[in-house]
Design a protein around this ligand. Structure first.
Ligand SMILES: Cc1ncc(COP(=O)(O)O)c(C=O)c1O
Length: 366
């Protein structure tokens, strides 16, 4: 793999495994057994139907997902789900949906939900600059909420819940865009999970939605066809022309997870090792590198930190770029540094980064 690809710490679209990139490259010229470029294969072929069926099956296997969930591959990104979910579950309701306001992306989700119906923010980290997540004793969940919504991993801030929230008698809805298939997630405890592909499982263009069948029973009947989950269920994610290439790459990732990695427990162990390397370095740096968030809420996916002043951060980013590390600048809303450690990024890449960071500290510790 070339240096830039192997040292891609981008927050998304992010690094993909080399073996998957090679298969994707091959498929652009010719998909094995089909004889056509993936960019020119109709979504109405038996081959594409088999891709969707295998992908559904792989996701079900990886997550040990029960049969009463539909698995959908949709367009419009996670942002479209921010609207589609309240359209489906909140329209016409009088009791508020409960949302956790834990970062940049939950802010967006809440704004969209409020267009559709009543929303209660049960906790907000906004005034504290989103540097921590709530503890259990700060949360009161109402029994009559149409659903509880939260984001398992706040990509911008680098905050991750390390537990499942909420009550078992209220549907849990979770945006898992930046940690989906990076670890086991007790998927059967959620009523709806959604995640775009471009972090851990593929390129941009497709969003995976897992939805429990019973959640669709009360769906409004006057939604635009494209925004009605039932149409996508009925059409097996082939309601209109789907992103064939993106879906195929997600299939390759699930095959890689199953056969090369050996399942999500193994993937989680690898991801934990990568994150531990990074956080150990921050903690042992005598405050040279300063983690943005409270230690118990640290994300295994997005490691966010600052240096003592913006000038030093700029220097760090410039030298890192020159040394071959890409995608390390923090989100435009927060600044600082963010190293994203998605599935496709290797432990060796993280070791190279920590080596660079130790060296940078030695040279710039004044
Ligand atoms: C957790 C989370 N939710 C939502 C989004 C928005 O996703 P999209 O660009 O697919 O709409 C992002 C983008 O990175 C994200 O990280």
């Amino acid at each position: 793999m070339n240096l830039l690809n192997s040292l891609n710490f981008s927050a998304g679209p992010g690094a993909l495994p080399e073996s998957v990139l090679l298969q994707a490259q091959q498929a652009i010229i010719e998909v094995p057994d089909v004889g056509l470029s993936i960019l020119g294969i109709s979504h109405r072929t038996d081959w594409f139907e088999s891709v969707v069926a295998e992908l559904e099956n792989n996701i079900r296997t990886l997550l040990e997902l029960a049969d009463n969930y539909h698995i959908l591959f949709l367009q419009g990104g996670t942002t479209q789900q921010f609207s589609m979910i309240p359209m489906t579950l909140l329209r016409g309701k009088t009791s508020p949906a409960e949302y956790l306001h834990t970062g940049y992306w939950s802010d967006k989700a809440i704004t969209e939900a409020k267009r559709e119906g009543p929303v209660r923010e049960i906790w907000s980290g906004k005034s504290g600059g989103y540097r921590r997540l709530p503890a259990d004793d700060e949360l009161r969940f109402a029994p009559d909420a149409p659903y509880l919504h939260y984001i398992s991993n706040e990509t911008v801030e680098g905050l991750q819940f390390h537990r499942v929230l909420g009550r078992d008698d209220v549907p849990r809805v979770c945006d898992m865009s930046s940690d989906f298939l990076s670890q086991p997630c007790e998927a059967n405890r959620f009523s709806l999970i959604y995640a775009h592909a471009q972090k851990n499982i593929g390129p941009a263009g497709v969003t995976v939605v897992l939805i429990r069948d019973e959640l669709l029973q009360g769906t409004p009947t006057d939604l635009p066809g494209f925004l009605d989950y039932r149409n996508h269920v009925q059409a097996h994610s082939n309601y209109n022309t789907p992103p064939v290439f993106a879906i195929y790459v997600v299939l390759l990732i699930t095959r890689w997870l199953l056969t090369e990695i050996g399942g999500l427990a193994n993937m989680a162990a690898i991801n934990r090792n990568k994150a531990e390397l990074m956080y150990r370095l921050l903690d042992n740096s005598n405050d040279f590198y300063r983690g943005r968030v409270q230690p118990q809420d640290r994300s295994l996916m997005n490691v966010t930190f600052n240096l003592s002043c913006p000038e030093k951060e700029n220097r760090f980013l410039a030298e890192a770029q020159a040394a071959g590390f890409s995608g390390l600048a923090g989100h435009r809303s927060t600044g600082g540094v963010r190293a994203s450690l998605y599935n496709g990024l290797t432990l060796a890449a993280v070791e190279q980064l920590t080596g660079f960071m130790e060296d940078f500290q030695r040279r710039h510790h004044q």
